[in-house]
Design a protein around this ligand. Structure first.
Ligand SMILES: [Zn+2]
Length: 373
């Protein structure tokens, strides 16, 4: 993969290129991100850049034998580890190599794929994958061999937070005495679940949200959207490729949280505080995942009402059955609300991630909607 094929992340690309050009690449690096920010595509382009003998214009050439093998993920000195599981209960513990062809195909098709999408491709969608101690032993074996092509060896560990304790300890040993010319690149979406002893041995690169302009132009192309619409989607997604795709596809379907959202908006508009409280009390009882889904649905509703208020009915994707309600909202909501509303919901999402008490999060969100709607 070329750096130029990675959406946005110009700052990180620059850092990585500088690091490679100065020959000061640490033996162990951890790329942290939220799903869809592009840590894996960055790592893949970094490996390709590091190995390419014909680098030019701050990118790998893409055509030499090394680039060609790395881009197909078949280079003998590039190893991958990712969480896996068995489709049925029992049986031998699988390792990444059992799923390597699924991995190559899935990542080639979409390097931004989510954990869940990958499990579906592996046929293990009802189970959580993990990185077992058997896997860690295989990492050990692979990295202690001499490089097949005489250059560097690379091990990419996708979703390192799925390593169990034993696997983590084994990996730690490897990090303490790294074999020569060997690079470990870890990707994690929950670095708080990685052993601190591992974290302390890694150079941490915090991958930020994708620049909204870059993300907007990517989805404008992918979904044939108008520039203005794509920009709003990108903003709602918070800079994530997987989230922006999800909200776009969900916008075609009616939301599972229809009743709660309708009640929240209507009771805030009519200044009925007791009903607002009933809504947040109900939300506070949902699981953390459901609460996140609710927030994304709410963002999607705000987007639709906003688009409708601008007079772009076709772009609002409002189902015919809900059109009347949305039109009333669009006419009653103060235009100054939209931006604030998105900020409030994003703040709630951040609080859910930080495990803030649910009652506090939704009382606060309800109160802010009540006051600003
Ligand atoms: Zn090359």
């Amino acid at each position: 993969m070329h750096f130029s094929s990675v959406t946005g992340q110009e700052g990180i690309k620059e850092q990585l290129i500088k690091m490679a050009d100065s020959g000061k690449v640490p033996h162990a690096m951890l790329f942290t991100e939220e799903p869809g920010f592009g840590a894996l595509p960055l790592v893949l382009s970094f490996v390709q850049y590091l190995s390419c003998p014909n680098k030019r214009d701050n990118d790998s050439c893409g055509t030499c034998p090394s680039c060609s093998k790395i881009s197909k993920m078949i280079h003998p000195d590039l190893h991958f580890v990712f969480p896996v599981n068995t489709a049925s209960s029992g049986g031998a513990k699988p390792v990444s190599d059992n799923f390597i062809s699924v991995w190559r195909e899935a990542v080639s098709a979409d390097p931004y794929l989510t954990e869940q999408e990958f499990y579906e491709k592996c046929g293990i969608e009802n189970k959580l994958g993990n990185i077992s101690v058997a896997e860690a032993s295989s990492i050990f074996r692979k990295l202690s061999m001499t490089a097949f092509e005489g250059g560097n060896k690379y091990m990419v560990v996708w979703l390192a937070e799925r390593m169990n304790q034993e696997a983590s300890n084994k990996l730690l040993k490897l990090m303490e005495e790294p074999p020569d010319k060997t690079f470990l690149f870890l990707v994690s979406q929950s670095p708080d679940r990685i052993l601190t002893t591992i974290l302390s041995r890694c150079r941490v690169v915090k991958v930020p949200p994708i620049e909204l302009k870059k993300l907007a132009s990517k989805v404008a192309g992918e979904f044939a959207l108008e520039e203005q619409d794509a920009a709003l989607w990108a903003r709602i997604s918070g800079g994530s490729v997987s989230r922006v795709r999800k909200v776009i596809s969900e916008s075609m379907e009616s939301s599972a949280f229809d009743t709660l959202i309708t009640s929240l908006v209507n009771s805030s508009l009519s200044k009925d505080l007791s009903r607002v409280i009933l809504v947040w009390e109900e939300l506070a009882q949902l699981s953390r995942e459901k609460q996140k889904e609710f927030c994304y649905s709410l963002l999607e509703y705000i987007r639709r009402i906003y688009i409708l208020s601008l007079g772009s009915h076709e772009l609002s994707f409002v189902p015919a059955s809900r059109e009347e309600t949305f039109r009333i909202w669009a006419s009653r909501i103060n235009p100054a609300f939209y931006e604030k509303g998105i900020e409030h919901v994003n703040a709630a999402l951040g609080d859910i991630e930080r495990n803030v008490n649910s009652k506090y999060i939704f009382a606060d969100l309800g109160n802010r909607f009540f006051l600003s709607l």
